[in-house]
Design a protein around this ligand. Structure first.
Ligand code: NAI
Length: 280
């Protein structure tokens, strides 16, 4: 298996793939990023051992299965299955997929971890659209049980079946989604988050009480406003704008959310979003 991109998601995917018994080549553009990624995986597995969730043998075997390189050609020419996790920029994904299509063996399946771009469009840039599929992992990868497997227009039944098997070996549950903006999870999550902002704007309840109601009343692990602060209100707004443009009026971003983003109150990463983190 080859994983392209060793950032937040790529390193997590490489870890669960190695734990599932795959020999993994992890690829990025700089050695430093790859060293960081391996360090992160080592730390994560060590924590797993300390918590009794990973055996020392599994830790050792998993680490031995991961190799890194900045030479995409070397890794891809050996791959049976590729998972791409480079930044969410369509031109970049297409460049990577066209290159993979040229280099990888003809039987290789090419999966993308995009959180919302069109699988059909990415697939159409290759000569093997039937072997291109979406595998949408969640962060942190080792902890989150789900992978949304997303079929593009030309994705074959065999490609879907193999991807499902790969997910099972990584210890994940899957749902099958026909490509549509936001898949299942991002679309529903965006609506819940937007509705919470409308309630805040209308003065229905305080931010604390909206989050408390959803956590204690509906059993969500986090409230929609604190979750927005965690992922970044700019990221949340981008998803809503995409859904609004593709699916219609229901997804129009709440004006209060737009105002927070204009003010630079993006959440935890800027110290202030709906909540204030400057003293935390
Ligand atoms: P990131 O920015 O942490 O990592 C991206 C990595 O790709 C960087 O290390 C970068 O150096 C590398 N890269 C860039 N161009 C490359 C190239 N041509 N060849 C090889 N490596 C290259 O991004 P992150 O958060 O890991 O996201 C990756 C993908 O996963 C995106 O499509 C994102 O939408 C998706 N995603 C992200 C989630 C998250 O919570 N961060 C959750 C689910 C999906």
């Amino acid at each position: 298996m080859t994983v392209i991109g060793a950032g937040t998601m790529g390193r997590g995917i490489a870890q669960v793939a190695a734990m599932g018994g795959y020999d993994v080549y992890l690829v990025d553009v700089e050695e430093k990023i790859l060293r960081n990624a391996v360090e992160g995986i080592q730390k994560n597995l060590q924590k797993g051992v300390e918590l009794g969730k990973v055996s020392p043998e599994q830790q050792k075997a998993s680490l031995e299965r991961i190799k890194t390189t900045t030479d995409r050609k070397l890794a891809a020419s050996l791959a049976d299955f590729v998972i791409e996790a480079v930044p969410e920029i369509i031109a970049l994904k297409i460049e990577v997929f066209q290159d993979l299509d040229r280099i990888c063996p003809p039987h290789a399946i090419l999966a993308t971890n995009t959180s919302g771009l069109s699988i059909t469009e990415i697939a159409a840039s290759t000569r093997r659209p039937e072997k291109v599929i979406g595998m949408h992992f969640f962060n942190p990868v080792y902890l989150m049980k789900l992978i949304e497997i997303v079929r593009g227009m030309e994705t074959s039944a065999e490609t879907f079946a193999v991807s499902k098997e790969v997910a099972a070996r990584m210890g994940k549950e899957v749902v099958e989604v026909n490509e549509s903006p936001g898949f299942v999870t991002s679309r529903i999550n965006a609506l819940i988050g937007n509705e919470a902002f409308y309630m805040l704007q209308e003065g229905v309840a305080s931010a604390e009480d909206i989050d408390k109601a959803i956590k204690l009343g509906l059993n969500h692990p986090m409230g929609p406003l604190e979750l927005g602060d965690l992922v970044g209100l700019d990221a949340r707004l981008r998803v809503l704008e995409h859904l609004h443009a593709t699916l219609g009026e229901k997804y129009r971003p709440c004006p209060l959310l737009v105002k927070y983003v204009k003010a630079g109150r993006l959440g935890r990463k800027t110290g202030r979003g709906v909540y204030d983190y400057t003293n935390k």
